[in-house]
Design a protein around this ligand. Structure first.
Ligand SMILES: [Fe+2]
Length: 146
């Protein structure tokens, strides 16, 4: 897409918890912003890229810990595996940030493409697993539980 918004949240991505769905939308939104910063290959684009990258790192950590808290609370059997996916992703992202900041020849486009692919696949497949567990066990997650 010309405006750089390459991914959109869909109702099929819902995990049945409105707070988490909203967080997923924000994650997608931030990654789309990063993508726009990539397309804009100027110094302003670079400064903006750095700023959004930091926001994304903070938001990813906040969001992952919210999800992990829910999975712990409901006794989700796939918690360890899910946590590992989160950890690996954070590691990869921090590595990318470090490379970018140290002026290494990272290709922001490739990096953002990786982020987009990971986030969409994770939301569409991995996060669905606890959504299904919640639905199958008739569990209720209240906003104050998050
Ligand atoms: Fe997750």
């Amino acid at each position: 897409m010309g405006d750089g918004n390459v991914i959109e949240w869909k109702s099929a991505y819902s995990v049945g918890i409105s707070t988490i769905d909203a967080q997923h939308q924000e994650l997608i939104n931030l990654t789309n912003c990063l993508n726009q910063a990539c397309i804009n290959g100027t110094e302003t684009g670079r400064v903006y890229f750095k700023k959004v990258m930091h926001e994304l790192v903070q938001y990813v950590k906040f969001h992952f810990s919210a999800e992990e808290k829910i999975m712990e609370r409901i006794g989700f059997p796939g918690l360890a595996e899910h946590k590992k996916e989160h950890e690996d992703f954070v590691k990869k992202v921090l590595e990318g940030v470090k490379n970018f900041e140290s002026g290494k020849a990272i290709v922001p486009n490739t990096f953002v493409r990786y982020l987009l692919d990971w986030i969409v696949t994770h939301i569409a497949k991995t996060d669905q697993k606890y959504g299904i567990f919640i639905a199958n066990n008739d569990l209720k997650i209240l906003p104050e539980d998050i």
